[in-house]
Design a binder for this molecule. Structure first.
Ligand SMILES: Nc1ncnc2c1ncn2[C@@H]1O[C@H](COP(=O)(O)OP(=O)(O)OP(=O)(O)O)[C@@H](O)[C@H]1O
Ligand SMILES: [Mg+2]
Length: 265
């Protein structure tokens, strides 16, 4: 297999305890790797360390021990991390907090170009219009503020912002969990479409195992800061080896499972 775009090797992360509380080990030696074009699902109950792992992988959080590697190499300098932060974009769960409330959408989308010194100034407005189109938004959206958009529109903007710098990979952390079910489906369809058009690799963090099964090639199951099971989605979902994976699968609502069982007919 080709060398991964991004990789975590035996990463631990301990958060210091506050006010006399003991330190908390959120990651207990996690290894993962994302290869070009693939979709890797990351599932596990709340607090299992999914977001912490994602944040460590893009340098928003430091590892206590272990290593993050980018395109096969160690990350030694700030420039290395900057290169990673361009190629691997972290898409936040909540577009309300991800977008500055007083910045118009056009400016918010142009900002990553300025940060990374991409695209001549005079061409940035065109790039913004083009990107709005790619995520299914009207060009006029550029003049709006985040508060003037629906939740689904905001998440489209959030995706557009991540894509402005032409990354190779996105880490999508619960990006549809705050949305109505019908809007969720639209955003997921958009994500699949963008992935195919732009040849993106994805880490898809989700509580919704049905969506993970539909979207992902491989899945890793996290429990209490560790990966307890991993493999191709069909293998893990049809023949789970770990009790915790079985429990997660058993928690999928019955109607959904019934629908899944008739999927292949
Ligand atoms: N900055 C921090 N300081 C202290 N503890 C933290 C910090 N960030 C995360 N934690 C703890 O680390 C654990 C893992 O959190 P994390 O957000 O990674 O979980 P998660 O799997 O993403 O959960 P969810 O599904 O709810 O988003 C939790 O117990 C959390 O309280
Ligand atoms: Mg999380």
């Amino acid at each position: 297999m080709s060398r991964p775009i991004i990789e975590a090797r035996d990463v631990t992360r301990t958060f210091p305890g506050r006010g006399g509380a003991p330190a908390f080990q959120a990651l207990k030696g996690v290894s993962t790797a994302l290869h070009a074009g693939e979709t890797l699902g990351l599932v596990g109950e709340s607090g299992s360390g999914k977001t912490t792992l994602a944040r460590v992988m893009v340098g928003l959080e430091s590892a206590t021990s272990g290593e993050v590697r980018f395109q096969g190499g160690a990350l030694k300098t700030r420039a290395d991390w900057r290169a990673l932060r361009r190629e691997v974009q972290y898409v936040f769960q909540d577009p309300f907090t991800a977008l500055c409330p007083t910045m118009r959408i056009g400016a918010a989308l142009a900002e990553p170009l300025a940060i990374h010194g991409l695209c001549p100034h005079a061409e940035r407005a065109d790039r913004v219009t083009q990107m709005l189109g790619l995520v299914g938004l009207h060009p006029d959206t550029a003049r709006r503020l985040p508060s003037q958009l629906s939740g689904g529109q905001r998440q489209r903007v959030n995706l557009a912002r991540a894509l402005m710098v032409e990354p190779r990979a996105l880490i999508c952390d619960e990006i549809v969990s705050g949305l109505d079910v019908s809007v969720q489906a639209q955003i997921l369809a958009l994500l699949v479409d963008l992935q195919q058009r732009l040849d993106l690799a994805l880490i898809f963090i989700s509580h919704d195992l049905r969506v993970v099964r539909y979207l992902c090639d491989r899945v890793q199951v996290m429990l209490l800061g560790e990966i307890v099971e991993e493999g191709p989605v069909a293998q893990v979902f049809d023949n789970p080896q770990h009790d915790y994976t079985r429990a997660l699968l058993a928690a999928i609502p019955d109607r959904a499972r019934a629908a899944e069982a008739t999927d292949g007919d």
